[in-house]
Each structure stands twice: as structure tokens, then as C-alpha cells.
Design a protein around this ligand. Structure first.
Ligand code: MGD
Ligand code: MGD
Ligand code: MO
Length: 807
């Protein structure tokens, strides 16, 4: 499709939030032609009696703000409640070959899917099919593959409710596979691997109340203004109390600099912007392990100094601290002078609760400042300053997002952050803790109810006993491995509970080619995307309700539940009439697939479960009693049901029985071999303020001042000059891969941007063809989307631009 968007690139001068935010909400309500009655649903968003926003997973306060939604939550709801429809006429008018040339934006913009569809090879179109036929045919095809059940993959994107997710994992396991990859494999999987080793839980340890008691907020690798705007309420309140917020981010994200609360009329009128960060440290991407090592090293040096000073009189202080000429040196001395060693590091906590301190401390003492500075891009005095502030703060919280998890050393990034917290006992006390800011609104909950490829994380014995089947005990496929096995031809069928794997996953052209070779693709979805337009030999598109719609079943309107980033379970009730009378709910579709695929079994009454979701919640509570006790009663209470998190109580469910200091293996979290090549930039793939993952709402990244295009590459002035290029030039990006596969995306426009030399940024998903499938975290296999080694070359004239953008 042609495109006549006007491109403007101008620095944004306003704060995050503010009038720009309100204007943006109004624009999307109009653009999506949302009915006024539906727009009123925004007032019910994230309230105890309302529905839980599908945008992010941030906590829902017990006493909500009058408008407990943000610009992007409103966009997500408007996108769902649009009056646009991709119905029979739409699919009659467009062949799938034609739709392949449409952008992500255009595909979803077509509107809500209205009826089940089946691919017809004779017409190259999706055509309507009734639900019963669709289920029966899919069931027959799945049964044909069941003798080797690992040929089928059951993918889930983190939006589906606990009820739908529970039923889905049970379907997969009774079918015979643990192939339950989740969007989480591309997201916080590094957290799910790192935290259990470090502190014995897979989720963060903080609650909303902790924000009211904290003395210092360390904020890493996350963009709150776009990704989690409701978090700005907590950050702003803390800033108002004078709590320092220290951010580490290669980009000076606008919300970290300034925020005006669009829901606080007083503040809007006076334009009193809260200065968000006390400092933003422009760490290079992949440089957080180095930065954190520097902070820990300085802290340990202070502790050594104080201990020596407290013992045999004057000691060689200068030897321990040879940077006395700078401010940071003095502040460290000042901090050290007033303290005993006991209260620089929390030695009582370390002795009673941790393991591995000595080895970790030795590792930090031995670390080389020059390497730390080079890899982090930050100066020693800056890191010593953070250490001094940290040493004088009693209650410290560390928050983080994708800039830590999506790296080759993603697990080590997270574990380093925990190491820092453990040095001063900042886990398991009020106002302190680790906060993994989750993405999809129920991604954490899906893992809690058994969507996992790792058999050891599912209560298989309990499932066996309760549902009378033999669960598969071997490892299933995570997302990257599922893509690899599609490429080798070992995977033949793919069922997706939401999501858009082809745009979200690495190595797009290779995965797309493999996808076309599948025997069967089944997508449960709300809107059309590339993973539907491209398809297997047999393909079905099963349209479902969205969370804000009324879900009426045999026993009446239903409630579903989700888990927030802060490990609270909340009930959610839709209030809007469904987009079409033919839609089914996700639990009903999963039940339909299960009934058509699996042998009848009185222990799994799929139809009765669908008729009344309370019965599904009763099953969830029976399978995980310690986690879900009281769910039915508390889910609609203000604050929801609080999930017990052992580390909050300083109970450490680790192998050592303690919280573990874990040494990193490298200072750089990216591809170590690409580090020294001056031609290589480390590319971050980013979200714009006008998208939700692969859902592109529009072409306006307000905070970064880019409008009309998404095909930009943000580069530092130094890197632009070093290549003899200039702002606005057209360039191609090529991955510096070592596997012989050429990965190029053409036609980016250079935007000169304030970021450290060596770092570049481009938007996800347009840049995904640049990410090799093998470029992932060493342990968690999370794709390393935040440091892709690339080379920038002048654009080849006339060459095709990337899929999804016609500029
Ligand atoms: N509006 C909106 N909301 C969303 C989403 C969306 O797409 N749109 N997606 C949802 C999902 S699934 C998720 S997971 C979250 C994602 O939310 P975020 O965690 O904010 O993810 P990104 O937007 O990818 O941005 C990561 C941030 O990390 C910084 N960064 C990159 N590399 C590094 C690094 O090596 N070190 C440091 N310190 N910083 C780095 C980037 O500059 C950027 O500010 O948001 C959720 N909420
Ligand atoms: N380069 C790069 N790639 C990335 C990332 C990155 O930062 N950089 N981030 C990664 C991350 S953090 C994530 S979480 C993944 C996201 O990967 P996915 O979760 O697979 O992708 P989404 O874009 O969230 O999925 C959007 C589609 O979900 C469907 N959908 C929307 N709402 C519903 C619903 O209520 N029910 C159902 N059944 N379907 C629905 C719609 O059809 C929509 O087109 O992408 C990853 N990919
Ligand atoms: Mo995510």
C-alpha cells in the first residue's frame, strides 16, 4: 500500500503526561470511532468492580485514582473497542497474498475479527466457517499428529486470563506435550531464571506500599512514560517526598526527565512538572553489569575503609580510594567517615541470610575500573556517587525492564542488581526490594497457572492425580527453540493463544519461511496480524472477546482473573457488548479445541468449566492451594488477592537455603566478541509511544519527536560523523553475524540523538529481521533484542525497504 504520511523529526519539549497525553487519548477515541458509551468504560478501567486494562501489568492500587488508566491504557482499550470490523466482506475483498504487503498498522486497523475463518487455497482467502466445523477439523488434524505430540506447539501471548491459560496448559499436557512457549520467553524469562537462583522466587518482591516507604529508587532499563505510565504515579509521589530516583538508561527517556500528571488538574494548570530523575546515567546498552560492578566495588571499598578505620587506627585510605581528587571521592569518604563497617554493608544480613559474599566481594575488588568505565560508558566518580547515596539510604528499591532482560547476559544483569540489593539487606524489608516490571497484563499469571515449557515448574503429579492422565515429563520448547524446530521441520503445527509470533520473534525471514511450511496454524485472536496472513497448509483464525467485553456464559456474565507485576490477583469484568454475536471467549475456544482433540474424561468437564468460570478458579485453587487460597473471595476486593512471595519474608527457597550472591561471568552483557570492532554499533530495539508490541497504533513517537515514520535509526553525533554521514541520511543496517546468514534491513533514516557513542536505536518490530535466533541469553534464551551488533551503510538506492513500512 502506498503511504503519504508526513514525516517530522523535532525534539519534543513538553513533559511526559500532560496535555499531550490527554490529546492523544482523545485522538485515538475519535480515530477508532469508539462509541461514547464504550468510551465511558475507561472510568471502570483497573477499578475493583471494573475490568483490568490489557495494556501493562502494573499494580492496581486498593484506592484507585479517579482515572486509573493512562494514555496507553486508553489507547489499548480504544483499539479493542473500535467500531471497525474485519468481517466477511473484508476477507472476501482481499487475498492473503495481497494482505502480505500490508503494514502491521494497516492489518490491525482493519478492525476486530468477527467470525471464525478457514483458509481456502483455491481462493487464497480466509473464508467463514462455523465454530463446530472449525473445532472438529482442527481436532482431527491435531489428533493425527498426537502420536508424536511434540510436533505441535501451544504458544501463548501474555494477555489471556488465568482461567483461559489454566485450561490451555491442561489441553497441551493432556495432548502430550510441554511445548508451551509464551511471550514471556522473549521478555522477562531472564527474570524467571535469575531470581529463583538468587532469592528463591520467580517474581519481584515489592508492593505498592513499598513506594511510600522507600528512601531511594534505582530505575534500570525501562521506559515508564510509554510502557508503564501508571508507575509514574508512584514515582512522582516518591519524588515529592524528596526520594532520589536514579535512572540508568542509554536514552534520556522523557518520562524519566519530566512528568506532568494529566490526571491532576492542579498540576496541569500550573504546569508544575515533577523532575523525575535526580540523575539519569547514560549507561551504554549491555553496560549494566559493568556499572553495577563499579557501584558494588565502590561500596565494598567503603566498607573495607570503614572497617580498617574502626580497627587499628589510621590506615592507607588513599590506597583504597585513589580518586580523592573528585567530588565522589569526598562523598565516599564522608559517608565512610560517619559509619562503621556494620552499616555500610549490612553484615548481619549477609551473615544470616546470604551465601557467596566473600567470592563476590573478591570478584568486585579485583574488577578493573578502566574496563568498568569503558564498557558501562560511565565514569568512576559517577558510580562512586551512586554508591555513596546507596550507602546512606536505608530502604532501597530497584526496578527494571527489558533493557536488562533482553541481553546475552540478561540473567547476569538481573542477578547483579540483586547482588547490589543484598549488600545492604534490601530484600524482605519495607520500602525495599526488587521490582521486575512485567509487560503483558497477565504474563506473570500465565506462568503461575502452568504455562511453561519447563516440566519442573508445573505440578505434574497433582495434575496427573486430579485429571487422571499421564503428563509428559520431558522438557518442552520455549519460543526461540520452537522457532528453531519449525525451521528444521520438526514442529508441524502451531496453535497460538493470542500474539503475533512472526513479528515478535527474531530472524523474521527465516521464521516466516518455516511458518509457511507448517501443516497447521491456528490463531485465537482479536485482530488481524502478519502471523495470520502468513499461514500453514491448513489455517484457522478463531476470533475472541476482549477483556472489556461482556463474557456471557451458561451461568451468566463471567469474571476473569489476572496477576499484576506486584503479584496481586485481580478480577476483571467486561461491560461492553461484544464486537460481534459470533465471538467466543478464550476459555470457550480452548474448551472447544480440547473437546474436539482429547478423549472424553469426567475429570475435565470442559463444557461445565466454560459455563461457569468459578469452577475453573476452583480447579486453580485446588492445584495451587498455597498461592490461590481465597481467590474467589478476594479477587474483586480493593487490592485483590495478595500472592505469598517467600523472599518478602526472607524465606529463601534456593538450593543453599540462603539468598545467593552470584558473580557475573562477563562485564559486558552483549556479544563480547563484537565489542572491540569500531565499525559495529550495538543496536537497541525500542517501543515507540504509539504501539503495543507488534500492534502499531500510529506513527507518532511523541516523546522522541519522531512522526510519520518508524523507519529511523537513532545514532549519536559522534557515530554519525565517524561514518561521514549526516542527520537525515538514508542508511541500511546489517547484522554483524558470524553464522554466514546475511541479515539486512534497508531504508532507515538517521536521527541524531542524545545517546552514548557506540549505541544505536531502532523500532521493534521493524528491526527484528536483524536479530539472529541464536543471539539470546546464555541461560534463559531470551532473545538479546537490546544489543544487536550492526553495521550502518549508506542505503542501496531502489532496494526494498523493510516489511511493514512503505517509507
Ligand atoms: N504502550 C506500551 N506499553 C507496553 C508495551 C508496548 O509495546 N507499548 N509493551 C509491554 C511489554 S510486553 C513489555 S515487556 C513492557 C516493555 O517495557 P520496557 O521495559 O520499557 O521496554 P522497552 O520499551 O523495550 O524499553 C526498554 C528501555 O530500556 C532502555 N535500554 C535498552 N538497553 C538497555 C541497557 O542495556 N541498559 C539499560 N540500563 N537500559 C537499556 C531503553 O533505552 C528503553 O528505555 O511494556 C509493556 N507495556
Ligand atoms: N526486537 C524486539 N522484539 C521483541 C521485543 C523487543 O523489545 N524488541 N519485545 C518482546 C516482548 S517483551 C514481547 S512480550 C513479545 C510480544 O509478542 P506477542 O505477545 O506474541 O505479540 P503482541 O504484539 O503482543 O500480539 C499482538 C496480537 O495479539 C492479538 N490479541 C490482542 N489482544 C488479544 C486478546 O485479548 N486475546 C487474544 N487471543 N489475542 C489478542 C492480536 O491479534 C494482536 O495482533 O515481543 C518480543 N519481541
Ligand atoms: Mo513483554
Amino acid at each position: 500500500m502506498t503511504d503519504d504520511r508526513k514525516i517530522t523529526i523535532t525534539p519534543y519539549k513538553g513533559p511526559a503526561g500532560g496535555y499531550g497525553s490527554l490529546k492523544s487519548v482523545a485522538q485515538v477515541l475519535v480515530a477508532e470511532k469508539v462509541r461514547p458509551t464504550s468510551a465511558a468504560q475507561l472510568l471502570r478501567q483497573n477499578k475493583p468492580d471494573g475490568f483490568i486494562c490489557t495494556s501493562c501489568a502494573w499494580g492496581k492500587p486498593a484506592t484507585p485514582h479517579p482515572f486509573e488508566f493512562c494514555e496507553n491504557g486508553a489507547k489499548a482499550t480504544a483499539w479493542d473497542l473500535t467500531t471497525e470490523r474485519a468481517g466477511t466482506e473484508f476477507f472476501a475483498a482481499h487475498t492473503l497474498t495481497e494482505l502480505e504487503s500490508w503494514s502491521d498498522y494497516e492489518l490491525e486497523k482493519a478492525g476486530r475479527l468477527t467470525e471464525p475463518l478457514r483458509f481456502n487455497p483455491a481462493t487464497d482467502r480466509y473464508e467463514p466457517v462455523d465454530w463446530e466445523t472449525a473445532f472438529t477439523e482442527i481436532g482431527a488434524r491435531l489428533k493425527a499428529l498426537q502420536s508424536d505430540a511434540d510436533q505441535t506447539v501451544f504458544y501463548a501471548s501474555g494477555r489471556a486470563s488465568l482461567e483461559a491459560s489454566f485450561m490451555y496448559q491442561l489441553l497441551a499436557r493432556i495432548y502430550g506435550t510441554n511445548n508451551l512457549p509464551d511471550s514471556s520467553n522473549m521478555c522477562h524469562e531472564s527474570t524467571s531464571v535469575a531470581l529463583p537462583e538468587s532469592i528463591g522466587v520467580a517474581v519481584g518482591t515489592v508492593s505498592l506500599q513499598d513506594f511510600e516507604q522507600t528512601d531511594l529508587l534505582l530505575h534500570f532499563a525501562h521506559n515508564p512514560g510509554t510502557s508503564t505510565p501508571r508507575l509514574l504515579h508512584q514515582l512522582q509521589d516518591a519524588r515529592r517526598r524528596g526520594v532520589p530516583l536514579i535512572a540508568f538508561n542509554p536514552l534520556r527517556e522523557r518520562a524519566l526527565e519530566r512528568f506532568t500528571n494529566p490526571q491532576s488538574p492542579g498540576q496541569m494548570l500550573t504546569l508544575d512538572e515533577t523532575r523525575m530523575s535526580s540523575a539519569i546515567h547514560p549507561v551504554k546498552n549491555g553496560g549494566d553489569i559493568a556499572a553495577l560492578t563499579g557501584i558494588c566495588k565502590a561500596l565494598i571499598a567503603m566498607d573495607d575503609l570503614a572497617r580498617d578505620a574502626g580497627q587499628a587506627g589510621p590506615t592507607d585510605r588513599e590506597g583504597l580510594l585513589d580518586s580523592t581528587e573528585n567530588d565522589a571521592g569526598f562523598s565516599i569518604k564522608a559517608a565512610a567517615a560517619g559509619k562503621t563497617s556494620r552499616n555500610i554493608l549490612d553484615h548481619d544480613f549477609i551473615a544470616e541470610h546470604t551465601d557467596g559474599f566473600e567470592a563476590f566481594a573478591a570478584h568486585c575488588r579485583a574488577a578493573d575500573w578502566e574496563a568498568i568505565e569503558q564498557i558501562s560508558g560511565l565514569k568512576r566518580p559517577a558510580l562512586e556517587d551512586v554508591a555513596a547515596l546507596y550507602a546512606t539510604s536505608d530502604r532501597v528499591m530497584a526496578l527494571y525492564g527489558m533493557g536488562l532482560t533482553q541481553h546475552v547476559g540478561g540473567v547476569e544483569n538481573v542477578q547483579m542488581l540483586v547482588n547490589l540489593l543484598l549488600l545492604r539487606g534490601n530484600i524482605g524489608k519495607a520500602g525495599a526490594g526488587i521490582c521486575a516490571i512485567r509487560g503483558h497484563s497477565n504474563v506473570q499469571g500465565q506462568r503461575t497457572v502452568g504455562i511453561t515449557e519447563k516440566p519442573e515448574l508445573a505440578p505434574l503429579d497433582m495434575l496427573k492425580e486430579r485429571y487422571d492422565f499421564e503428563p509428559p515429563r520431558h522438557q518442552g520448547l520455549a519460543t526461540v527453540q520452537a522457532c528453531e524446530k519449525m525451521i528444521t521441520g520438526e514442529v508441524k503445527a502451531f496453535v497460538a493463544l493470542g500474539g503475533n509470533l512472526l513479528r515478535a520473534a527474531p530472524d523474521q525471514p527465516r521464521v516466516e519461511a518455516a511458518w509457511r511450511g507448517l501443516d497447521l496454524t491456528v490463531s485465537i485472536a482479536t485482530k488481524l496480524n502478519r502471523s495470520h496472513v502468513l499461514h500453514g497448509t491448513c489455517a484457522y483464525l478463531l476470533p475472541c472477546l476482549v477483556r472489556s467485553e461482556i463474557d456471557a456464559q451458561a451461568s451468566g456474565p463471567q469474571t476473569v482473573t489476572v496477576e499484576s507485576s506486584l503479584a496481586h490477583f485481580h478480577g476483571s469484568r467486561g461491560g461492553v457488548k461484544p464486537a460481534s454475536g459470533t465471538l467466543m471467549s478464550e476459555p470457550a475456544i480452548v474448551a472447544g479445541l480440547a473437546q474436539a482433540t482429547l478423549a472424553a474424561n469426567p475429570a475435565t468437564p470442559w463444557a461445565a468449566w466454560t459455563g461457569d468460570y468459578r469452577r475453573v478458579r476452583a480447579e486453580i485453587e485446588a492445584v495451587w492451594p498455597a498461592t490461590f487460597q481465597g481467590l474467589e473471595n478476594d479477587m474483586l476486593m480493593p487490592g485483590g488477592l495478595v500472592r505469598p512471595v517467600a523472599a518478602r519474608e526472607r524465606k529463601w527457597n534456593t538450593r543453599s537455603g540462603k539468598a545467593n550472591f552470584i558473580k557475573p561471568t562477563h562485564l559486558f552483557a552483549g556479544d563480547v566478541e563484537s565489542l572491540d570492532d569500531p565499525d559495529i554499533l550495538q543496536l537497541i530495539t525500542l517501543r515507540s509511544n504509539d504501539q503495543f508490541n507488534t500492534t502499531v497504533y500510529g506513527y507518532r513517537d511523541r516523546f522522541r519527536g519522531v512522526s510519520g515514520t518508524r523507519m529511523v535509526v537513532f545514532m549519536s553525533k559522534a557515530d554519525i560523523a565517524a561514518r561521514g554521514m549526516k542527520d537525515g541520511d538514508r542508511v541500511d543496517l546489517q547484522t554483524a553475524s558470524r553464522d554466514g546468514i546475511e541479515r539486512i534491513v534497508r531504508g532507515f533514516r538517521i536521527v541524531a540523538y542524545d545517546l552514548p557513542a557506540g549505541v544505536a536505536g531502532a523500532y521493534f518490530p521493524e528491526a527484528n529481521p536483524l536479530v539472529p535466533l541464536g543471539h539470546h541469553d546464555r541461560k534463559a534464551h531470551t532473545p538479546a533484542y537490546k544489543a544487536i551488533p550492526v553495521k550502518v551503510t549508506p542505503a542501496v538506492a531502489g532496494a526494498d525497504t523493510a516489511v511493514g513500512d512503505a517509507n
